[in-house]
Design a protein around this ligand. Structure first.
Ligand code: DX5
Ligand code: ZN
Length: 233
C-alpha cells in the first residue's frame, strides 16, 4: 500500500526557547508530522526532552488548530515505563529500538493498548530479523540512516539497501505500515530515499538549519523544494 509522502521535521534542530512557534511555523509551511526525539543519556549518549514537553507542545498545537500527529522516537532503555506517559501527553505514534526492550512484543502491545500507533526502529547495523514475527503489530518501521544520538550527521548510504528490503517485506505482508527514514535527510538526497521505497522523511538540520529566525515563512522554500524532489521520484 502506497502512502502519501510525509515530511517529518525533527524538533531536535528546532529553537527550544520558542519551540511552539517554531513547530507552528514549520507545520504551516506544509510539514506533515512532528518527529519528537527522546534521548536518555543511557541508550544513547545525549539527553533531550520527555513527556512534559510533549504535553505542552500538543496543547499548544491544539490551541493553534494544528492537527498533525506527533511521532515520538524513543531512544531510551527500558521503554515500557515511559510509553503510557507519552500516550497521555498526546503522542500519536510511538517507536522504539528493539535492543532497548526485553520484551518487544509486549512493548508493541503496550503502545497499542494506550491507543497509539506502534513502530520499531532499526539502527544502521541492526538486523531486520526482529520484524519477522511482529509485522501484524506494527504501523511504522523506522530505518536509521545515522547512529542515533545527534542531529546533523551524514546519511549512511547503506540505509538505501535496507529501505528497499523493508519495502519488499511491507508489500509482501499486505499490512498498512509506514516506512520512515531518520538521519541526514536533505533536499539533495530525499528523491533517492523515496525511490528506495520510503514514505516518511525525518529531517532536522536539513530543514530547520536554513531558516532566518524572524520570518514566519522561513520554512516554505525548503519544504517546497523537498516536495518538488519527492514529486520527481
Ligand atoms: C538522531 C535523531 C534524528 C535527528 C535527525 O538520533 O533520531 O531524528 O534529529 O537529525 P538530522 O536530520 O539533522 O540528521
Ligand atoms: Zn529521530
Amino acid at each position: 500500500m502506497k502512502h502519501p509522502n510525509w515530511i517529518a521535521p525533527s524538533i531536535l534542530s528546532a529553537d527550544f526557547a520558542r519551540l511552539g512557534d517554531d513547530v507552528k511555523d514549520v507545520l504551516l509551511s506544509g510539514a506533515d508530522i512532528v518527529h519528537f526525539d527522546v534521548m536518555d543519556n543511557h541508550y544513547v549518549p545525549n539527553l533531550t526532552i520527555g513527556p512534559l514537553v510533549c504535553d505542552s507542545l500538543k496543547n499548544y498545537m491544539t490551541k493553534n488548530g494544528l492537527e498533525q500527529p506527533i511521532d515520538v522516537h524513543l531512544m531510551v532503555k527500558p521503554v515500557d515505563r515511559v510509553i503510557p506517559d507519552f500516550a497521555k501527553a498526546g503522542a500519536n505514534y510511538i517507536t522504539f529500538h528493539p535492543e532497548a526492550s526485553e520484551h518487544i512484543d509486549r512493548s508493541l502491545g503496550l503502545i497499542k493498548d494506550c491507543g497509539c500507533k506502534a513502530g520499531l526502529v532499526f539502527n544502521p547495523a541492526t538486523s531486520l530479523d526482529y520484524l519477522e514475527y511482529v509485522m501484524d503489530k506494527i504501523d511504522m518501521i523506522l530505518i536509521m540512516s545515522v547512529n542515533p544520538g545527534f542531529g546533523g550527521q551524514s546519511f549512511i548510504p547503506q540505509a538505501l539497501n535496507k529501505l528497499r528490503a523493508v519495502r519488499k517485506m511491507i508489500d509482501a505482508s499486505g499490512y498498512d505500515i509506514r516506512l520512515e527514514i531518520d538521519g541526514g535527510v536533505k533536499v539533495e538526497n530525499i528523491r533517492e530515499i523515496a525511490e528506495a521505497g520510503c514514505d516518511t522523511f525525518v529531517s532536522g538540520s536539513g530543514l530547520f538549519g536554513k531558516g532566518l529566525a524572524t520570518d514566519p515563512n522561513r520554512y516554505d522554500t525548503i519544504v517546497r523544494q523537498m516536495r518538488e524532489e519527492l514529486a520527481k521520484a
